[in-house]
Design a protein around this ligand. Structure first.
Ligand code: FES
Ligand code: FES
Length: 158
C-alpha cells in the first residue's frame, strides 16, 4: 500500500519541479525515476555505502534515507548541478586528474560528500577528509587517489 499520490515541489540544481509521487518515495527514487537525474547512484539502499549522497542546503545527505517530501523547501544539489555551466567543480577536475575514478559508481557520492566538507571547512586536514569520506564505499580505487584528489583542491592544486 503506497498511499495516495500527491504533488510535491522540489528545487533541484536551481530548477523547481512539481512531481506527482507517493509520499513514501525516497528522494533517491524521485531524482532518478521522476527527474531522470541518474548521476545519483543506488548502492545498498539502506544508508551504508554513500553512493546516493546529494547535497541538501549544501550538506551531504543520503538520498536513500530521505523521503522526497521532506526535501521540499530545501535546495537539493546532485552531481548534474555541480558544474558552473561548462566549468566543472574543481573536485570533478581533481578526480579526473588524480585518476580517482574507475567504474565511477561511487564517484557522485564521493564528490558531493567532499564538496559538503569543503563548504564547511575549505582547508580540512587529511584526517578530516578521511573522516568525512569514511562512510563512502569504493570497490575500485582503494581510496588513496580519492583522498589525494580532495587534498589537491584543499591545497589549491586542483
Ligand atoms: S544507496 Fe544510499 S547509502 Fe547506499
Ligand atoms: S570507482 Fe568504482 S566503486 Fe569507486
Amino acid at each position: 500500500m503506497k498511499g495516495i499520490k500527491r504533488v510535491i515541489t522540489l528545487k533541484v540544481n536551481g530548477d523547481v519541479h512539481e512531481v506527482e509521487t507517493y509520499p513514501n518515495r525516497t528522494l533517491l527514487e524521485v531524482l532518478r525515476e521522476e527527474l531522470s537525474l541518474t548521476g545519483t547512484k543506488e548502492g545498498c539502499g539502506e544508508g551504508a555505502c554513500g553512493s546516493c549522497t546529494v547535497l541538501l542546503d549544501g550538506n551531504p545527505v543520503r538520498s536513500c534515507l530521505l523521503l522526497a517530501i521532506d526535501a521540499q523547501d530545501r535546495e537539493v544539489t546532485t552531481i548534474e548541478g555541480l558544474a558552473d555551466g561548462s566549468r566543472l567543480d574543481p573536485l570533478q577536475d581533481a578526480f579526473v586528474e588524480h585518476h580517482a575514478i574507475q567504474c565511477g559508481f561511487c564517484t557522485s557520492g564521493m564528490i558531493l560528500t567532499a564538496r559538503g566538507l569543503l563548504n564547511r571547512h575549505p582547508h580540512p586536514t587529511e584526517d578530516q577528509i578521511k573522516l568525512a569520506l569514511s562512510g563512502n564505499a569504493c570497490r575500485c580505487t582503494g581510496y588513496t587517489k580519492i583522498i589525494e584528489a580532495v587534498k589537491s583542491v584543499t591545497e589549491g592544486r586542483g
